[in-house]
Design a protein around this ligand. Sequence first.
Ligand code: ME8
Length: 680
Amino acid sequence: MRSFYITTPIYYVNDKPHIGHAYTSIAADVLARWHRLSGDDVWMLTGTDEHGQKVLRSAAARGLSPQAHCDELSVAFRELLAVVGVQNDDFIRTTEPRHSTVVQATLQHLFEQGDIYAADYEGWYSTAAERFWTEKDLVDGKCPDSGLPVEWVTEKNWFFRMSKYADQLRAWIDANPGFLAPESRKNEVLGALRKDIGDLCISRPKERMSWGIELPFDRDYVTYVWFDALLNYVTAIGYHPDPAKRGPDFARRWPASYHLVGKDILATHSIYWSTMLFALGLEPARCLYAHGWWMVEGRKMSKTLGNVVDPHLLVRAYGAEALRYFLMREIPFGGDGDFSHQAFLTRYNADLANDLGNLAHRSLSMTEKWLGAVVPALDASTPADLALEALAEQVATGFRAAIEAAQLGRALELLWELVRAANKYVDTEAPWALNRNGQTERLAGVLRRCLEVCRVAAVHLAPVCPEKSAELCRKLGLQGVVFADHGSLNGLRAGAPVLAGEPLFPRLLELPEEIASTLAAALAAEAAAPAPVKASKPAPSPKPSPSSPTMSENTSVDAVPAAPDAPAPGPALIEYDDFAKIALRTGDVLAAARHPKADRLLVLTIDLGEPEPRTIVAGLASTYAPEALVGQTVVVVANLKPIKLRGVMSHGMVLAVGGDAGVQALATASAKVGPGTVVR
Ligand code: ME8
C-alpha cells in the first residue's frame, strides 16, 4: 500500500473559522478521499495553531485565559470540519503535550547540534504596540500604530542557523521539480533564495510575550510561534529527534505527500520549514502546494463580508456537497477566486442541476417507465456508442492524472465533458423515439450507456460530493460507491433495480432568503464603513530577508521576515484610480416597499436623474420603515453590477452609515441637490 500523508495548515485560533479555512481543508479532504478510495494508506492531518501574540491578544480581548480561549475556538475549527464533510484522521493542537514536549526535545537537539545560538536583536521598540519596528516603519520617528515615542532596545534572543541550510534547499528545489507547486509560485521562492536568507529568530522573551512553549535551554524565553507550529506536521505522526523514541507510523508516513497551504504562507513553509527539516536530517514533503486566495463578492474578505460566506450559512443554504463542488470547480487550484453568490447559483444550476442532475434524472426515469426499472442489457455498439465509450475511458484517465496532481478544478472540468457528451448522446439517440417505435433492444442499449455514464460520474465525484455520489450509486442499483472499472461503460449489473426518485440537485431559482438578506445587509454595511482588510491576507511574495539575523513576526504575514511582532496591516490603502472606478450619485427615493420575501430588505424606487428610475434592494428594513425613506436624498453606488436579491433585481446600492452592528443612518446630502449629482 502506498502511503499518502496530507496536511492543511494549522489554523490560528484568533477568530472563528471562515471560508478560507474550509477551502484548504476541503481540498485536502478531496485528495485524501480519492487516495482512500484508490486503496492507499491515507493519513490526513489538520489542527489549530494556538500560541503567539495574536492568540494571546484575542484571548485578552475576550477576557479569557489563553488556554480557555483556545479550548473554545479549537472546537469551532473541529466542528467546521464535520459541517463541510471533512474526514480528517487526526487533529493536532499545538497546546497538546504530545506536540509541546517534542518541540522542546527538538529545540534541545538543535541546540546541542550547534544550530541554535544567542545573539542581540536591536530595533525600535514600542511599548504601546508591544513590538519592534524598523526605521522605515516609523512615522515622524514615532510608532505608526500608537503615535507614541519608541525606544532603541537591544534584546537577547535565540536564532536558528537557517542560512546554513540555504544551499541544500536550493539544490533540493533544483533536483525535485515537483516540490513547489503550482509552477508559477516556484519563482517567488527561488527569488527569495537568490539573496541571503539570514538566520531565524526563534525566541520571544517571556517578559514581553509568554504564551508559547518554553525554550528548554533558557527558561526566560518561549518559542517563536512559527517554529512551534511548523513542527506539528511531524509531531502529530510520532516524530522525536531520538529515533528510538519515534512512534511506529513515523517512518512510513514521512515525508508527507502534500502540504496544502494558502499562498500567504508559502515562504514560511518553503524556507523556514525546509531548512528546519534539513537541520533535523529529514526530507521535505514531496509537494508543497500553495493554492490561491478567495475574495468575496469582488472584494477582500472583511469581517462583515465574511458573514456572507460563513461556511455554516453556506451549508444551511446550499448543502455541504454543493459548496464543496463549487469551491473545487470554480477556480483552478492554485489560482485566485471570487466567491459570488450569483456565480454560485449559475455554477450550481448549470453543472449540478442541469448537466449531471438532468442526465441522471432523465436516464433513470426513462428506465423506470419503459424498461421495468432495472438496469437494461447492452446492445452491439454503434459508432456513437464507441465514441462515448472512448471518451469515458479518456476522461477517467485524465481525471486520475489531474486529481493526483492536485488539479482539482481540471479534474471536474474533464468529468463534465463526459456528462455533457452523454446529454448530447441522449438528444441524438432520442430514446423516446426508440420507445415509440418499439425498438426495445436499442432503447435498452442507449439507456444502459447513459446509466453507465452516471456511474462513471458518481464514482469520480465521490471525493468531492461523497453523499450525492453514494445516492446516485444507490439509484443505479449499486450497493455503494464501487471504485472499480472507473472509465468502463460496463460497470453496472444488468437486472439490478434502479430508482429515479427525487432529483439529485434541485434547481435553485434564486438566492435562498437567508443568503439574500445577509448579503444585502453586508453590502450596505461594507459601503457604510469599509472594513479593514486584516481578515483577508493578501499574498506577500517571499521577499529577501534582511541580512542575518532575521526575526519574524508572529502572524503569518511573516513571509516577509521583519522585526519581531511586525505590524498587523491597517486598512489597506488604495490608489485614487481604484476609488475613481466607483460611480457615486445622489438619488431621490420615489417609493419604498417591504421586500415580499425578506424581512430585512426594502425595495426602493430611486430617481438618479436617468430616463427611468432604478429599483434598488437595500438591507434597511431593520432601521427604517419604508414610508420614512420616501422623499429622502440618498447616496447610491451607481455602477455596481445588478444582482438578484430574493427574486428582485437590484441596480445599485444605497450607502448607509453603521458597521457590523447594523445600519444607524443613511448617507445623504446636507443641502438640496438634484438627482444624479456626482458624489466624490
Ligand atoms: O497562517 N482564501 O493560520 P491562518 C484562501 N497558523 N485560503 C484562505 C483564505 C482565503 N481568503 N483565508 C485563509 C496561519 N485561508 C498559520 C499557519 S501552519 C504550520 C501555520 C487558508 O489561520 C489558507 O490555507 O491565518 C491559508 O494559508 C490559511 O487559511 C491561513 O490560516
